[in-house]
Design a protein around this ligand. Structure first.
Ligand code: FAD
Ligand code: DHB
Length: 391
């Protein structure tokens, strides 16, 4: 077994791990990123699409803003559609803030390019990743890569390995808080110009639908489906028919095009009661998951990493205050994000027909949507939370 050393061992080369390693580099701190999938796999993953204003500012501050400035689409608000009518909520007019459409895939590609140019150490296709001696001041990570077993000793280990990673299960006796939802999202990418200027979030009698986008040529659309639904039941024509039914309003046309990707994503809300165990810190989906409505997952990962990078930089400068405060600050912020994501989800999805209160809930949701779109105070609250809490 070979042995090696770094200051911070980062598990996972998703947006959280790659960004943390990049921030640490900017602060003069060494790190090694260990990822169990291939580079090709992580570059191909289609996920989030919306960056909060603070996320854009943080990525730009770290020298990662060129792609966003060139290809990002600045949106001043969103459309909320219900009862057959579309209402625009103008965040910029309400509170002077915006969001940016820029795919997670592009964020990851920008990070990989920057790391490559800088010569960072990222180990791909590492198997048998395991964490050891986390409560000592010399925690270790063992893994196998290229057929060889390696033991990496570090000052700190950061678990940025997503919901299914090894880091969170390495915390003994951990309490977690979670809930599921009786529905999932069927998402498509289509080679067709978006039919809308800004995102449409729609509650229809038949369920939620959303029209998002990736570029002036590529649309991203989602449909609420039952959570045990199979993608084989959804040939392209059925997907477009359902999108036409749910999103349609008089005088507006949803343009169809070739579907290049389709998948079903389950929904869950999840928070780990702890984000620290000795010298292990959790960041991003390793520590918490939100349902996708409201687009908070990637942004929460960026927020965690921003707080953690500040804490680690201060630690190496001799001040542990912000590192000690990481867990409580990140969890405090996360619970605000959780309640917003839960609120947006319950506002916009139709309860299943076998739920006794489904009809009551639907009418109450319409009342809530009418309130939100009719009250400046409520719209400001939505705008503040959607465009992102300060970091
Ligand atoms: P991940 O992206 O999951 O990265 C974790 C990495 O760790 C992966 O590369 C994984 O391969 C690696 N790994 C796992 N196990 C191990 C191991 N044992 N050893 C080493 N490496 C390991 N969020 C938003 O903010 N806005 C949106 O619009 C949005 N839309 C979404 C739409 C969909 C369809 C989905 C699925 C998610 C969406 N999200 C959205 C959520 C967002 O994609 C996630 O929150 C984000 O990917 C979290 O980043 P992360 O780096 O923490 O975790
Ligand atoms: C997208 C995903 C979301 O969860 C959301 O709330 C808005 C947009 C997207 O993939 O474009």
């Amino acid at each position: 077994m070979s042995t090696t050393r770094t200051q911070v061992a980062v598990i996972g080369a998703g947006p959280a791990g790659l960004l943390l390693s990049w921030s640490l580099r900017a602060a003069g701190i060494d790190s090694v990123v260990i990822e169990n999938r291939s580079l090709e796999h992580i570059l191909g993953r289609i996920r989030a699409g919306i960056l909060e204003q603070c996320s854009v500012e943080e990525l730009t501050r770290l020298g990662l803003g060129d792609g966003i400035a060139e290809h990002g689409l600045t949106h001043h608000g969103i459309h909320l559609q219900f009862d057959g009518q579309r209402h625009h909520v103008d965040f910029h007019a309400l509170i002077g803030r915006t969001v940016t459409v820029y795919g997670q895939q592009a964020v990851v590609a920008d990070l990989v390019r920057a790391h490559r140019e800088a010569g960072s150490e990222i180990v791909f296709e590492a198997s048998d990743v395991s964490l050891h001696e986390l409560t000592t001041d010399a925690p270790r990570v063992r893994y196998v890569a290229g057929g060889a077993e390696t033991e990496l000793t570090a000052d700190f280990v950061v678990g940025a390995d997503g919901f299914h990673g090894v880091s969170r299960p390495s915390i003994p006796g951990l309490t977690t808080y979670q809930r599921g939802y009786p529905y999932a999202w069927l998402g498509i990418l289509a080679d067709v110009a978006p039919s809308t200027d800004e995102l449409i979030y729609c509650l229809h009698e038949r369920g939620f639908a959303m029209h998002s986008m990736r570029s002036p040529e590529v649309s991203r659309l989602y449909l609420q489906v039952p959570n045990d639904e199979r993608i084989e039941n959804w040939p392209d024509a059925r997907i477009w028919d359902e999108l036409q039914t749910r999103l349609g309003v008089p005088g507006w046309t949803l343009h169809e095009g070739p579907i290049t990707d389709k998948s079903i994503t389950p929904m869950r809300s999840f928070v780990s009661a702890r984000l620290r165990h000795g010298r292990l810190f959790l960041a991003g989906d390793a520590g918490h998951i939100v349902p996708p409505t409201g687009a908070k997952g990637l942004n929460a990962a960026i927020a965690d990493v921003t707080l953690l990078a500040r804490g680690l930089a201060d630690h190496y400068a001799g001040d542990d205050g912000r590192l000690e405060a990481y867990e409580s600050e990140a969890l405090g912020r996360q619970w605000k994000v959780q309640q917003f994501s839960q609120w947006m989800t319950e506002l916009l999805h139709r309860a299943p027909a076998d739920d006794d209160s489904a009809e009551f809930q639907y009418r109450s949701q319409l009342g809530r949507l009418a309130y939100v779109t009719g009250s400046r105070h409520a719209m400001e609250s939505l705008a503040e939370q959607y465009s992102g809490l300060p970091l």
